[in-house]
Design a binder for this molecule. Structure first.
Ligand code: SF4
Length: 365
């Protein structure tokens, strides 16, 4: 293993096939390797008993199957589970499993920290260290599946959402192969519509994703007006609401029954008034979409407060009256800080972003 350089978990099926063909092997070795890694959770080449000893030795010399180290598993009283995975000596990321009556959703991280600096988000407040590799992204699914006893005849995880730490489309190169492995029958075999990429609105990458992967899309909108969204989701200054929603329309054009999920964090007195709800409905009038309202989850140092229950109900009622399927996300995993917008992982804060976030919040409260 000393000179091993290629982590097989970084490779989707097409890249694995190329690897084996380049080694002078048949491409079906890729299928066999995927069955071992994702079907049987077997990472030791010596156990790949349908590979010759010679091939197993060659793989051991040039390749590896490395996973992040599982540092901690916390279980909430409501059944939510959070795993902390050490990806290198100074960085760890979080992955969350949320069990519900008819589904089990795994929330996966794509970066250590995030560059986008959304004012209401604990991850954004902590700065950015680095992108995760494909292996580090798919390993989150691998570890969760293994810990939960998930396999093809016991599908504990039904949905994967790229809504953990980081902006997935800012790490497109590594996220795309991970999306491929999640949806590959020899990977985790999730249906396209059960794998969701959530973005704050990197428009050129939404266009690219539309060409490269048939997955579901969620947009972190959080405000119906550009001036407010510029403050809550600063990337809006680059790609405004009109440009973003136009990319969304293109994304679902020609896709039967497809809808975009609109994520909207409700912050007390900031974006939760009836005029915001009415403006949101107008904006979305010609975009097949459903609205997911997320009561703001406070994090240490944040000046924002969660919207009052009446304001949340009123906001929801306006959206529903306008014909939108509207859900209010229940706060899950509160006792283990696993709720949306609370994931922080553990890493060195190189940018001292928190003070910037506080300044932006002060302008709004
Ligand atoms: S909400 Fe998403 S895009 Fe915005 S800072 Fe947090 S992780 Fe990044």
């Amino acid at each position: 293993m000393e000179n091993a350089t290629i982590n097989l978990l970084n490779l989707d099926r097409a890249s694995l096939e190329k690897l084996f063909v380049d080694m002078g092997e048949h491409r079906f070795r890729a299928e066999q390797a995927m069955k071992w890694i994702y079907g049987d959770f077997e990472l030791d080449f010596n156990q790949f008993n349908n590979f010759s000893k010679v091939l197993r030795n060659r793989l051991s010399e040039t390749c590896m199957t490395a996973l992040p180290e599982l540092l901690n598993e916390s279980k909430s009283s409501d059944g939510t589970i959070k795993w902390l995975l050490k990806v290198d000596d100074i960085n760890a990321v979080e992955t969350v499993f949320i069990p519900e009556k008819n589904r089990g959703t795994l929330c996966v991280s794509s970066q250590v920290g995030c560059t986008l600096n959304c004012t209401f988000c604990a991850t954004g407040a902590q700065g950015f260290n680095r992108h995760l590799t494909t292996a580090e992204i798919i390993a989150q699914v691998w570890v969760a599946a293994k810990q939960l006893g998930h396999h093809k005849n016991n599908r504990v995880i039904t949905n994967v959402v790229m809504m953990g730490m980081g902006e997935p489309l800012a790490n497109y190169e590594n996220v795309l192969p991970a999306l491929n492995i999640m949806r590959d029958d020899l990977g985790f075999g999730f249906a396209n519509r059960r794998v969701t990429v959530s973005t704050a609105g990197l428009v050129p990458k939404i266009v690219q994703l539309n060409q490269d992967a048939d997955v579901a899309l969620a947009i972190s909108l959080h405000a119906p007006f550009d001036d407010l969204r510029n403050k809550l989701v600063p990337v809006n200054k680059k790609y405004n609401i009109e440009t973003l929603l136009s990319a969304c329309k293109d994304f679902i054009k020609n896709k039967r029954k497809a809808r975009i999920t609109i994520e909207y964090t409700l912050i007390d007195g900031v974006n939760d008034q009836p005029e915001h709800a009415r403006a949101l409905c107008l904006l979305l009038a010609d975009l097949p979409s459903k609205i997911n309202l997320i009561p703001f989850n406070p994090f240490p140092g944040s000046l924002f407060k969660q919207s009052k229950p009446d304001a949340i109900e009123q906001f929801k009622a306006i959206c529903m009256k306008n014909g939108f399927i509207t859900t209010v996300r229940k706060t899950r995993g509160d006792d283990i800080a696993a709720a949306c917008g609370q994931l922080a992982g553990e890493f060195m804060d190189r940018t001292r972003r928190s003070s910037q976030v506080n300044k932006l919040q002060l302008e709004l409260v």
